[in-house]
Write a protein of this length. Structure first.
Length: 344
């Protein structure tokens, strides 16, 4: 069974790729566009035995396609044809949904350069944004979790009131028993499932516009790199619970407002997995070289949000702190003068 899918233009025979602007499968030669929703997905007609496919060949030039085991869409290194490795998208590895790219490579490059220019504490060489070493559009595998939380909280709260008469100041402290029983549901909590992706970067790319989710079809991957998941939803369930822990704590705190102090004696949180969908989300991965050091950034392929740690200029940081110190010193002198005192 042929496991390589390549989309060819019916008009001129050129390769077709997904167009982030029009949302269509577009020909790189004559510009013909095809409505993806009307294109039969060849995956529906394919079945693969486990371990059946050992080697992939480009259908355009016949070259062997070499990829990492997690890659499910790529380009032929010889003729640059966009290919989808179909056996890596079937069975347990079949995504339920995908959010297509809406930002082209050209738009992503321009947006990243604009972001670089806003780095007031970065080296001047970084701000010029002329050292981009690579801009790769990648569909990153995520699990979207629907979680149900049953929460019971016991604690103690105090309310303190201070008042005075002509002779004394009084402090009145009231003590209360606190009990809360809470039901919290979280829908579409994203957790990236690719081992090679930086979890911190992927978390900071949120939120993705989930209203743009579409039923998965292979044409969305044409022209981009795609990964298949490295971890199952069960393996990543502990991380999903960890991600919502701070939100649960914040919600609990919101239910006990009005007290001077609160201490918890018992907190029981039972999180159950209601459902998890395997989806592919669009990310532009950016490699940037500066002073022989490579920096990695990521951009949300739908919203344009950029995340990553840029280099800092020691000179600019020192000048910034010196300026803050000078302003603080001047402010203290003004306050001191207004109070009639001196300041050394």
């Amino acid at each position: 069974m042929e496991a390589v899918i390549e989309y060819k233009c019916p008009s001129c025979g050129s390769g077709m790729v997904f167009d982030a602007v029009t949302g269509t499968l577009s020909c790189t030669g004559c510009g013909r566009q095809e409505n993806i929703e009307q294109i039969p997905d060849p995956l529906r007609k394919m079945t693969f035995a486990e371990g059946e496919v050992k080697e992939y060949h480009c259908t355009s030039c016949g070259a062997v396609i070499v990829t990492e085991p997690e890659t499910s869409a790529t380009a032929c290194s010889f003729c640059s044809s966009s290919v989808v490795l179909s056996d890596r998208l079937t069975g347990h590895y079949a995504p339920a949904m995908v959010i297509p790219f809406s930002i082209t490579k050209e738009a992503a490059t321009a947006a990243f350069k604009k972001w670089c220019r806003n780095g007031l504490l970065t080296p001047r060489g970084f701000m010029t944004a002329d050292r981009i070493a690579g801009m790769t559009g990648m569909y990153v595998p995520f699990w979207l979790y629907d979680l149900h939380n049953s929460i019971e909280v016991h604690g103690q709260g105090t309310k303190v009131r201070i008042y005075a008469d002509s002779n004394y100041q009084y402090t009145e402290t009231q003590h209360f028993n606190i009990y809360r029983k809470i039901r919290l549901d979280y829908a579409r909590l994203p957790v990236d499932a690719a081992e090679k992706m930086n979890d911190e970067l992927m978390d900071k790319l949120e939120p993705f516009p989930y209203e743009e989710l579409k039923a998965f079809k292979t044409p969305y991957l044409a022209g981009y790199v795609a990964e298949k998941y490295s971890y199952t939803d069960g393996q990543l369930f502990p991380r999903a619970k960890e991600k919502i822990s701070s939100y649960i704590d914040a919600y609990i705190s919101s239910t006990v407002s009005g007290y001077t102090s609160v201490s918890y004696t018992d907190k029981q949180i039972n999180t159950k997995l209601k459902h998890a969908d395997y989806v592919l989300l669009p990310v532009w991965m950016v490699k940037y070289n500066l002073n022989r050091t490579e920096y990695t950034f990521a951009m949300n392929g739908q919203t344009g949000k950029v995340v990553g740690k840029p280099p800092l200029s020691k000179g600019k940081v020192t000048a910034w702190f010196t300026g803050i110190a000078a302003v603080s010193f001047l402010s203290l002198k003004v306050v001191s003068w207004m109070m009639g005192g001196g300041f050394l």
